[in-house]
Design a protein around this ligand. Structure first.
Ligand code: AGP
Length: 615
């Protein structure tokens, strides 16, 4: 959940670390800190709050040096305060560490260290680890690398760490287990980070460490990569990065979230590009073709994910069952992994994750893999842990998503899953040729339609946001494939505006939530011209009869809902199965405007982090 950055080279480390932290702040922003070696000693600054607060002290204090480590924190062990902030220092002050992850057996190690005379300043597991390293070092380990390696062989849990030594300005030791860590390589310099964004302007060459690997980075020497347990050297594989700087900056938008909402015509287009050949009547998906037999014979598809990715899975359930005619189960990864699920070799497990690093999703696929299932990853981040753990997959190609609230990643996930369902459905002989061609054509129109739906970001929508920004609760209703859209709309509102919101299948309202409806309850109803339309109108009538305020997402020309609703937002019609790609857009915008009106931190809402690498 935290972000780590490190630098070793000939440049001043400070600006690289600060810029790197700002790019990684989406991973957590409870506190920030850095440690820089100036050739003779290490200076350390850390503070509760965002990077900018820590910068206030560091910028006006000595911070020269060409070796440094830095951290932005999402608190797990110990409340977010200055003392619990990283970097942490060993008791003697010699060794400094940054850590993303959780050391699960820290309590017993802490007790053992205490009995050996160690004292602790913070409540963190990380301080325990750095003191364990110091203890092993002083007991006779010949080098920092050896001490780190021995310490890591005693801990269980997850980590991406970088360690430096006050008595050695030329070395940094890094290691990975469960949390992401990438090393950027340039001429005589190394960059270390949780993802590649902190060093994109310096190098496009990167090594993604695998679980159980560590590396010693020494000034003027090649990287030394090896296995934590066996000590065997590992030949590094150097990735050529294709990301560019423009894609990770705001580009004139006030918030990343708004920029990312507006990027959706392009991101959906990119997720379909080279795969959907509507004119030729073809879908090309290498990962699906490679595992064609598995999909053809699958007795069941299990979809795992968390949060928004789980919602994309729910949309996919409708689409797969309709088109591919394979039974689908959609599971919260966090529940799935702990309930001894029945999995066989005939199951295909689709793991959906923007970051590709979500701990629960990763653990779920490891479990399913161990039971013989085929794992298909639908991830946004190339090189991420889930992508690498999967047998096959399809990247969503949405580009970097920085806003903590997921927007373009969701629609790209839905687009990719829809393509998969169409391809598998066609190959299983479930879709008549003419209907298949119609689907392909309709899907190819989606990016242009999203472009037009974005025009709903107008005075009408802002007026609706203003009218209801002070509401304490919201209800979101949808049916069929738009039920998960209602869940997603409610999640977006909750996470960035802190207004309580619930998503429900419209017909379920009368089994409970209807009791909540009065003149103060805004009810967002997704009412599209499809088989469910009349039923949704009836549900809207039930809301109206109880004086609820209706905000309806309708198609142009709809008169019934327009008559009933207090407010309407129009989206173009498409095939029912593809409608989530359009109906989601106004819900994203509504949440965005309400959060802005309430003065919330839209891109970095409280208590959240973009990448949840702890369970
Ligand atoms: C979405 O807006 C959330 N911030 C969150 O629910 C997110 O979708 C979830 O944590 C899963 O992340 P992933 O897609 O990176 O696995």
């Amino acid at each position: 959940m935290c972000g780590i950055v490190g630098y070793l080279g000939s440049k001043e480390a400070y600006p690289i670390l600060i810029n790197g932290l700002k790019r990684l702040e989406y991973r957590g922003y409870d506190s920030a800190g850095l440690a820089i070696h100036n050739g003779s000693e290490i200076k350390q600054y850390k503070r509760k709050g965002k990077v900018a607060r820590m910068e206030e002290i560091a910028a006006n204090s000595p911070h020269e040096g060409t070796l440094g480590i830095a951290h932005t924190r999402w608190a797990t062990h110990g409340e977010p305060n200055d003392v619990n902030s990283h970097p942490h220092t060993s008791m003697s002050g010699r060794f400094h560490i940054i850590h993303n992850g959780i050391i699960e057996n820290f309590a017993s190690i802490k007790e053992a260290l205490k009995s050996r005379g160690f004292t602790f300043q913070s409540d963190t597991d990380t301080e325990v680890l750095i003191n364990l390293i110091e203890d092993i070092y002083t007991e006779g380990a010949k080098s920092l690398s050896k001490a780190v390696k021995a310490a890591l062989n005693q801990v269980s849990g997850a980590y991406a760490i970088a360690v430096i030594d006050s008595e050695d300005p030329n070395t940094m030791v890094v290691a990975k287990m469960g949390s992401p860590l990438v090393v950027g390589i340039s001429d005589n310099e190394y960059f270390v980070a949780s993802d590649a964004t902190p060093f994109l302007e310096y190098t496009k060459r990167a090594i993604y460490l695998e679980d159980g690997q560590m590396a010693t980075l020494r000034r003027g020497e090649n990287i030394h990569l090896y296995n934590v347990i066996s000590d065997e050297p590992v030949e590094p594989y150097i990735h050529q990065l294709t990301l560019d700087i423009a894609s990770i900056e705001k580009g004139g938008y006030e918030h990343f979230m708004l920029k990312e909402i507006y990027e959706q015509p392009q991101s959906i287009h990119d997720s379909l590009r080279g795969r959907l050949l509507a004119e030729e009547g073809k879908i090309i998906m290498r990962g699906v073709s490679e595992y064609k037999a598995k999909f053809m014979n699958a007795e069941r598809i299990i979809i795992v994910g968390c949060g928004t990715s789980w919602h994309a899975g729910l949309v996919a359930e409708y689409v797969f069952e309709e088109l591919a005619r394979i039974p689908v189960e959609v599971e919260y990864a966090s529940e799935f992994r702990y309930r001894n699920p029945i999995i066989t070799e005939k199951d295909v497990v689709i793991a959906i994750s923007q970051s590709g690093e979500t701990a629960d999703t990763l653990a779920a696929i490891k479990l399913a893999k161990s039971k013989g299932a085929t794992i298909f990853g639908v991830c946004n981040i190339v090189g991420s842990s889930i992508a690498r753990e999967s047998h096959a997959g399809a990247f969503t190609h949405a580009g970097p998503e920085i806003g903590v609230a997921s927007t373009k990643a969701f629609t790209a996930q839905v687009a990719v899953l829809t393509l998969m369902a169409l391809k598998i459905g066609q190959e299983r002989g479930n879709i008549p040729k003419t209907q298949y061609l119609k689907y392909l054509h309709a899907l190819s129109q989606i990016p242009g339609q999203v472009e037009r739906v974005l025009k709903c970001n107008d005075e009408n929508l802002i007026a609706i946001a203003e009218e209801y920004a002070s509401a304490l609760n919201f209800l979101y209703l949808g049916r069929g494939v738009n039920f998960p859209v209602a869940l997603e709309g409610a999640l977006k509102l909750k996470e960035i505006s802190y207004i309580h919101a619930e998503g429900y299948p419209a017909a379920e309202m009368k089994h409970g939530p209807i009791a909540l409806i009065d003149e103060n309850m805004p009810v967002v109803i997704i009412a599209q011209q499809n088989a469910n339309y009349e039923k949704v109108v009836s549900n809207a009538q039930e809301v109206k009869a109880r004086k609820g305020k209706i905000i309806a997402i309708i198609n142009p020309g709809d008169t019934d809902m327009r008559h009933l609703a207090d407010h309407c937002i129009e989206v173009e019609e498409t095939d029912e199965l593809f409608s989530p790609l359009l109906t989601t857009i106004p819900l994203q915008l509504l949440s965005y405007h309400i959060a802005v009106i309430l003065g919330r931190n839209v891109d970095q809402p409280r208590n959240l982090a973009k990448s949840v690498t702890v369970e």
